[in-house]
Write a protein that binds this ligand. Structure first.
Ligand code: 5GP
Length: 189
C-alpha cells in the first residue's frame, strides 16, 4: 500500500487496555507500517527482547541519552522512564514509511507539539473493572504496581478527549478491524 506522505500515528491507552496485542495484530494486516522501539529503564518481562520490545537501558544510560538529546520525548510512566528515540522515528520517516508510536499520554502530547500532523489514537478498555482483571490476569504486577497502574489509567482516561480517534478494545478481532480501518483512512488523507 502506498501513502502520499508518511504518517506518524501515536497510540495510547491505559496499561492493560491491550495496545500491544492490538498493534501487533494491526501490523500483521498492515505490514508496511513501521514501529518505533522505545527505550525504558524498567526490567524486561518474560519473553520481552532487548531491541525488539524495548531498548532496555540502565538509569545511567537513559540519563546519558537524555543529555545527548537522543529523545523526541520521554516521560516518567508509573515508576520508570520511557522515551521515544529520534533515531527510531527518523529511520522510518526517512524511508517514506508511516509508523506507530505506542506511548503514554504525556508523550503523545509532546509528539503532537513537535509534529502537529501526528494522528493521536486512544485505546480504551471496556471498563476499569475489566482493566483491573486483565492486569491481574497478566500476573506481572505486584499489589503496589497494580494500584499505580489503575490510578494512572483513571488519569489517562481523563485526557482521552484530546485524541483524534478513540476506540474500545472490547473484542480483539473487532477492535483490530476498527483500528486497521482508522489507520488506512488517515493514510489516504
Ligand atoms: P509497559 O511497562 O506496560 O510496557 O508500558 C507502560 C506505559 O509506558 C504504557 O502506557 C506505554 O504506552 C508507555 N510507553 C512506552 N514507551 C513509551 C515512550 O517511548 N514514551 C512514553 N512517553 N511512554 C511510553
Amino acid at each position: 500500500m502506498s501513502s502520499r506522505t508518511p504518517k506518524l500515528f501515536v497510540i495510547s491507552g491505559p496499561s492493560g487496555a491491550g495496545k500491544g496485542t492490538l498493534v501487533a495484530q494491526v501490523r500483521e494486516r498492515l505490514p508496511h507500517l513501521g514501529l518505533a522501539v522505545s527505550a525504558t529503564t524498567r526490567a524486561p518481562r518474560a519473553g520481552e527482547i532487548d531491541g525488539v520490545t524495548y531498548h532496555f537501558l540502565t538509569d545511567d544510560e537513559f540519563t546519558r541519552r537524555v543529555d545527548n538529546g537522543d529523545f523526541l520525548e520521554w516521560a516518567q510512566v508509573h515508576d520508570h522512564r520511557y522515551g521515544t528515540l529520534v533515531s527510531e522515528v527518523e529511520r522510518n520517516l526517512d524511508a517514506g514509511r508511516s509508523l506507530i508510536l505506542e506511548i503514554d499520554v504525556q508523550g503523545a502530547l509532546a509528539v503532537k507539539r513537535r509534529f502537529p500532523s501526528a494522528v493521536l489514537i486512544f485505546i480504551e478498555p471496556p471498563s476499569l473493572e475489566i482493566l483491573r482483571e486483565r492486569l491481574v490476569g497478566r500476573g506481572s504486577e505486584t499489589e503496589e504496581s497494580l494500584a499505580l497502574r489503575m490510578a494512572d489509567a483513571e488519569e489517562e482516561l481523563k485526557v482521552a478527549g484530546v485524541y483524534g480517534a478513540r476506540l474500545v478494545n472490547d473484542d480483539l478481532a473487532r477492535a483490530t478491524d476498527e483500528l486497521v480501518e482508522t489507520l488506512t483512512s488517515y493514510e489516504r488523507c
